[in-house]
Design a protein around this ligand. Structure first.
Ligand code: ATP
Ligand code: MG
Length: 410
């Protein structure tokens, strides 16, 4: 098999599924999906690894499938990092520009971004991303690239994303024990945004809501940059559980019913429509009206979007989401989800499917693949902190920061 060269591989280890996507960089710099592998995920709870063995087994399976389809040997992956240990906060860095020099050079930009790093990190916590939002040169605000400008004082606002070192290390251990090396680690919200959001939405202000199995991840973008991230511990599993309890049916049956008939809004239904459901401990099937499913699922969807709304209000970003909401993740596939979001927020909402890629798009054209596709798109733009290689020291930190900057603004 050909060795991985002009290929970029994304590994999304989710709570319900593990997904490997192989992208090939074409000569025209477009990205084609040439391989996909998926496997059920049994070693995670709410986005965090709780069993190394089960996770490694799932990664191997998904990887073998993707390798076979792509006809390459995978050696390096961009991995998505998620879970409620992730913290995001905004920080500011300020530096002076010498009177002699006056003009702002790339080195100054590296220095000011380094100045935005938090002074001390809590124990068991590490930086995943430092994402510049905007620069200020003397009194001029909202500058995207200050290179070549003249001024005496340079400021940057940056979004800092941190996570628990233990949680991150556990997922990286799974990667290494599968025989893979790390190309980069990427916050899942950032990866998702790469795949699902347009530049206009990011510019105008948008809330990206990823309804996974165990969690719902929120990211707020405005003026082209990430400003806020949050995780709500409710996801597709809660909807499945509600069906299992409400219809007294086993979880695997409830999951199948949800995927086939799941709907959160009565206006989509024919009042007479029925479906079959099995009982717990009994093979006998009953006929259940679909309206009953809406009665079970609608309150959960309303509760979820009310929690998302509260979180966005609390963080002070309600006023910036002018482009509305983009909803992604497998949980967004319940019929009527966008309407429930629109009712809660009184703003437009759409489903976020992966965009801007070629190749096997039919296979991955679902909100459930947004993170995996986003990982390869993100990898291509090299906007990643290659935190696991051995080179250390300030110089290295500066080079990484430069990479962020180059990727974001040039
Ligand atoms: N057609 C569908 N209709 C309704 N729900 C669906 C459908 N397909 C998948 N889901 C639900 O989506 C959830 C999985 O979504 P996704 O694949 O985005 O999660 P994940 O990445 O594995 O988990 P997480 O992001 O929480 O770690 C499951 O709860 C599943 O039941
Ligand atoms: Mg996910």
């Amino acid at each position: 098999m050909a060795k991985q060269e002009k290929y970029i591989v994304g590994l999304d280890v989710g709570t319900s599924k593990i997904c490997v996507v192989v992208g090939e960089i074409k000569q025209d710099n477009n990205l084609d999906v040439i391989g996909i592998g998926t496997a059920p995920s049994a070693g995670l709870k709410k986005g965090v690894v709780v069993s190394l063995d089960k996770t490694i087994e799932g990664i191997k399976k998904a990887m073998e499938e993707a390798e076979l389809m792509a006809g390459i040997e995978i050696s390096k992956v961009f991995i998505g990092i998620s879970g409620n240990h992730i913290k995001g906060f905004n920080s500011r860095g300020v530096i002076g520009i010498s009177a002699k020099q006056q003009e702002i050079f790339k080195d100054d930009i590296e220095r000011v971004i380094a100045a935005a790093h938090p002074a001390g990190m809590p124990a068991d916590s590490e930086i995943i991303h430092v994402l510049p939002q905007e620069f200020k040169v003397d009194d001029h605000e909202g500058i995207m690239d200050p290179t070549g400008m003249t001024g005496r004082r340079l400021e940057v606002n940056a979004h800092i994303v941190t996570g628990s070192s233990t949680a991150i290390q556990n997922i990286l251990t799974c990667v290494h024990k599968t025989g893979l090396s790390l190309a980069g680690k990427v916050l899942v919200q950032k990866a998702n945004a790469e795949a699902s959001l347009t530049d206009d939405e990011k510019e105008m202000g948008v809330a990206l809501v990823d309804i996974g199995a165990g969690t719902t991840n929120i990211a707020i973008f405005e003026r082209g940059s990430l400003w806020h991230t949050a995780v709500i511990p409710v996801g597709g599993y809660n909807f499945t559980n509600d069906i299992a309890i409400g219809l007294r049916t086993p979880i695997p049956d409830a999951e199948k019913i949800k995927k086939k008939y799941g709907c959160v809004l009565g206006s989509y239904l024919d009042e007479e429509a029925m479906f079959e459901a099995g009982g717990v401990g009994s093979p006998k099937k009953r006929l259940v009206p679909q309206t009953m499913l809406v009665e079970i699922l609608q309150p959960r969807a309303e509760e979820l979007f009310s929690l998302v709304h509260q979180e966005i209000k609390k963080a002070g970003y309600e006023g910036v989401i002018n482009a509305g909401l983009v909803i992604t993740g497998g949980g967004s596939l319940l019929t009527g989800v966008t309407e429930i979001a629109e009712l809660e927020f009184d703003r437009p909402a759409r489903l976020g499917k992966p965009m801007g890629i070629g190749g096997l798009i039919d296979v991955v054209s679902s909100p459930a693949f947004s993170t995996a596709i986003g990982l390869i798109k993100f990898g291509m733009s090299a906007e990643v902190m290659p935190g696991q290689d051995q080179e250390a020291g300030v110089k290295k930190v500066f080079r990484r920061i430069k990479n962020f900057f180059l990727a974001d603004y040039i």
